[in-house]
Design a protein around this ligand. Sequence first.
Ligand SMILES: [Fe+2]
Ligand SMILES: [Fe+2]
Length: 341
Amino acid sequence: MAKNEKLAETMEFPPDTPQPNIYPLSWVRQTGKMEEVWASAQREQWDPMKLSWDTFDPSSYTWEEREAIAYWWTLLSVFDASAPPVFAQALIKTYEDHEEDPVRRCFFSVVRDEQNHEQMCGLAITRLLDHPDALTYVPKSELGKKLQRNARWLYYNGSRYWEGYKKAVPKYSLSVLFSSFLMGEIAAATIFHQMAKGCDEIVFQEAFKHIGRDEGRHMAICMALMERDYPNLDDEDRETITKQIRAGYLFLSAVLYEPPTEFWDLPSDFIEVQRQGEAVAREAGFGIPDSEMKLENWRRAMLNLKSVLDRYDTPFPAIPEVGITGKEVSDVDMDEIIPIF
Ligand SMILES: [Fe+2]
Ligand SMILES: [Fe+2]
């Protein structure tokens, strides 16, 4: 066939379109729960720039306090600043897979929410440090210097998983991806509600309330999809999920508890420095839960997730760190993880 020959001149209907193609021309609505979540996402939209910033005066804090609170936001950014592209990739997948219309909308809402969370991190850090970049900022206190070194190591570690994620997305079904998403969302929903209660600053209370609510919705999205897809999982998917949960635990522990050395490549005084920073921030009225609370929180999130997976006969990995027995997973590979926040 000549290059410029028009098929339309030779046949009445075009040949089949090769799949997957990016645009579904269908708007099937089956999962009612998704419609509800989308409706609340529309209702609960917020704008980080419109919070009560005028009540926030960073100069009422010492530089050490400002740097300690900014460190926590930086730690959160390591996860939340990667969330928009990570979920955008998942959103594209819902289009390629010709997912239901409400599923596509729900993923779109997650991208938007995570962008808000990232903006919030930036707004807080910029005001606290009077500088828009956590890594090029010149620390003023001794603690600030040590915290920035921590931040650099976190940043380096977090960067390692993007290539792996990009490879994982086309390889796995959405239902496998959800299991990793879900664990982040369960834990995130709890921690932000605690932070909302524990912070003195109005603007932080407002932000954490919104973020906690968003994360709760993300959790509901994952649950609805699992309910739909998990009854039909094959054994290979189940095995991948078990591995991903273990990987997710190791990855997310850095923000939800403390980074395990098994996975994170960090200096030996990292945790000690982080604890010092958190103590200063807490003292200044920024209510980060202490290690015991974090651990309990994390354990509860894991048990929650376990009860979901048990329902669908998917083995849960052993997580001895929080006292959960289960299937031993030893070969967690940085190249293959999907966890997100
Ligand atoms: Fe988030
Ligand atoms: Fe989220």
